[in-house]
Design a protein around this ligand. Structure first.
Ligand code: DOR
Length: 440
């Protein structure tokens, strides 16, 4: 039996209060949280004085590229980046090669992750026009991913007549990338020939996102189907949900859509290109307010790495997407330390709320009986995001140069130290996540 004691950390409790105290971990679980625990023969002790202990972040939307696109990222490099960023669990998307649209492809990912993933993992199954039986049977999965737009090939499901039976049959969570593909295609023609990447936000405009979100909501209401709206990006969608959000619908926002806007194209060019695109400062502000008010439930990074060579092509030949798992927690904790929100709110959005929304048992808080997925962060020191320190295989970040606090010092997955002051322990392995039904 392995034990671990964390001594004198500032511990975030499930009530949102902090306790300066000790945490006892036996095997993979937290067994005690108390002001002082007197034990002398533990396997290992961590002196955490001056550090804040949070539940490990759960990133509920990432693209880790394995199998098939390992030149961009793979499950080992991505999970190292997670460990460094304080992300102890992730939910990964089906646009790998082959696409994750069958049980066999899902099993293959689970096996790969068991062999090489340093943090806990779950995978979505992707909807196509023809795989409803797979969608109904697949297990274990965080849910069904539908690309309503911004996709080509089998994973694009954009017609209402094809979407409807997917919403009508079965009960499991449907997560949508909501952009109206027909509108995008039409606007691509209107803006053809323009190579300034800033046009990306005009082509895939707010209206394209709003129309698809409206359609997803309509179908979800018709069938009372559990719906999650991925990376909400516009003021219009936030206002729509503020007016009309059924209890079985959740939504997320990325740090990019909160903290970056169309001004970023002038600074970092195609590195700012993602789907749905960056929006205006007004959208940033409305999304923030929706998050603070609970209209948006939680945060995901949409970690979508592409190589610098791919990003160096000329728009529109450049791929959309940016990495995020290494910077999301410090980005949001910096916002908290600067007064925009609180540390307990950040932890709620990045751990407690995604665990609840996806029905992931025993995670998302620090309490006896829960899994020992934890991150010790330093909320005092500021350090910049440096390209040379990044562990993601793509080797860049849209936030390079940003001076952040809240950097993870130690990350613990299932009671094992996976990251300790700059050093990864490559021997640690995460576990497959379980999912229980979350329809209310
Ligand atoms: O920008 C994006 N990139 N958005 C997506 O939805 C997909 C992702 C990717 O896989 O590159």
């Amino acid at each position: 039996m392995s034990s671990l004691f964390i001594r004198q950390a500032r511990i975030l409790l499930p009530t949102g209060e902090f306790l300066v105290g000790d945490v006892e971990i036996q095997n993979r679980q937290i067994v005690r949280v108390a002001p002082r625990i007197d034990v002398t023969d533990s396997d290992k002790e961590i002196d955490a004085s001056g550090l804040t202990l949070l539940p490990g972040a759960i990133d509920p939307q990432v693209h880790f590229r394995e199998p098939g696109l390992e030149h961009k990222e793979d499950l080992f490099t991505a999970s190292c980046a997670c460990a460094k960023g304080g992300v102890t669990s992730f939910l990964e998307m089906p646009n790998t090669r082959p696409l994750t649209t069958t049980q066999a492809a899902l099993d293959d990912k689970l096996q790969r992750a068991a062999a090489k993933c340093l943090v806990n993992y779950g995978f979505f199954i992707g909807a196509t026009a023809t795989n409803l039986p797979d969608l109904l049977e697949a297990s274990p999965t965080s849910g069904i991913k539908i690309f309503m737009g911004s996709m080509h090939g089998d994973l694009l499901v954009d017609e209402e007549a094809v979407l409807e039976p997917i919403f009508a049959r079965g009960e499991r969570l449907i997560a949508v990338h909501a952009e109206n593909q027909a509108r995008i295609l039409q606007r691509r023609q209107e803006f053809a020939g323009i190579t300034d990447p800033a046009v990306h936000s005009q082509i895939q405009d707010n209206q394209a996102a709003l129309e698809a979100t409206q359609l997803a909501l309509k179908l979800s209401k018709k069938y009372r189907r559990r719906l999650h709206i991925l990376h909400l990006s516009t003021a219009e969608e936030a206002e729509l949900l503020r007016q009309d959000k059924p209890s079985w619908v959740t939504a997320e926002v990325t740090p990019q859509h909160l903290l970056l806007n169309t001004d970023a194209y002038a600074q970092i060019g195609t590195l700012a290109q993602m789907n749905p695109p960056l929006r205006s400062p007004h959208d940033n502000q409305v999304l923030w307010q929706a998050l603070l008010d609970g209209v948006i439930d939680f945060i995901a990074t949409d970690h979508a790495p592409h190589t610098l060579a791919e990003k160096a092509q000329t728009y529109p030949n450049t791929p959309s997407g940016m990495p995020g798992v290494e910077t999301s927690l410090p980005l949001m904790l910096t916002q908290a330390m600067q007064g925009r929100c609180s540390v307990p709110q950040v932890s709620h959005w990045m751990s407690t709320a995604p665990a609840k929304a996806y029905g992931i048992p025993n995670k998302g808080a620090i309490a006896p009986g829960l899994d020992a997925d934890l991150v010790l962060v330093d909320l005092e020191t500021y350090r910049p995001v440096l390209r040379e320190e990044l562990l993601t295989k793509c080797g860049w970040s849209p936030f390079e140069g940003w001076n952040l606090t809240g950097w993870p010092v130690i990350t613990i997955v299932g009671g094992q130290i996976v990251y300790d002051r700059g050093k990864i322990n490559p021997e640690v392995r995460g576990q497959a996540l379980n999912f229980v039904s979350t329809k209310s």
